[in-house]
Design a protein. Structure first.
Length: 217
């Protein structure tokens, strides 16, 4: 049986936007601040994404808001939010801010999981330069938590996903993120994985910026 999965990379310290191509952005700046259970956003050219679950849109602070301005998505402790996509996607990226080990993300294709990652796995790829808010308005604030743009690439068409579940397990404060970026185009990951070492749950890049999670197709 063929193996397949999701390949994860992280952008460099301070980068808050995607380096992928043919993408559509949801930055939450058009959303009303405060509590939501459902939010719907258009994706170019004719698709859409719907976020369902207990969620808040917050104004930029030391904990979130790409560029130090605008608004960002926040999920409270013990809650999950599902992003359901009208069309299957081959790429998703987002700016994870004030990351917490209780934060996790899982990708589904027609109800079947094709990959999952938690913040601890992501944090293991990061150096000291990723910690603390990188934006001028909040420079260096919250230095104990990571701020990083994370990319997720489907390795094959069979690994494309039509829903994403964001979970903030009990024990954390909030799961903050921004600049949700989508693409239906299969593409090579950036940064390009150049070398790998085996790990118990995948293949971790020697440069500290790549992780491949493999699932049985």
């Amino acid at each position: 049986m063929a193996e397949a999965g999701i390949l994860m990379t992280v952008e460099g310290p301070g980068v808050q936007t995607s380096s992928a191509t043919n993408t559509t952005l949801v930055d939450f700046n058009s959303a009303n601040p405060g509590y939501h259970f459902t939010q719907n956003f258009d994706l170019t050219p004719t698709s859409s994404v719907s976020y369902v679950g207990n969620q808040f849109v917050r104004e930029a602070s030391e904990y979130g808001g790409a560029g130090g301005t605008g608004r960002y998505l926040s999920i409270q402790t013990g809650n999950s939010v599902t992003a359901t996509l009208q069309d299957a996607q081959a790429y998703f990226g987002f700016w994870l801010s004030a990351g917490d080990v209780a934060n996790s993300i899982e990708f589904f294709n027609n109800g079947v999981s094709v990959g999952s990652f938690d913040e601890a796995t992501i944090e293991a790829l990061l150096g000291p330069a990723y910690f603390g808010n990188p934006n001028a308005a909040f420079q260096g604030q919250n230095p104990s938590q990571p701020y990083v743009f994370v990319n997720f690439y489907s390795e094959t068409a069979a690994d494309m996903f039509d829903s994403i579940v964001f979970t903030n397990a009990p024990g954390a404060s909030e799961f903050e993120s921004d600049n949700h970026t989508f693409s239906t185009t299969l593409q090579s990951p950036v940064p390009e994985p150049s070398a790998f070492v085996l790990a118990a749950l995948g293949i971790v890049g020697l440069g500290g910026n790549v992780l491949r999670k493999r699932m049985k197709a």
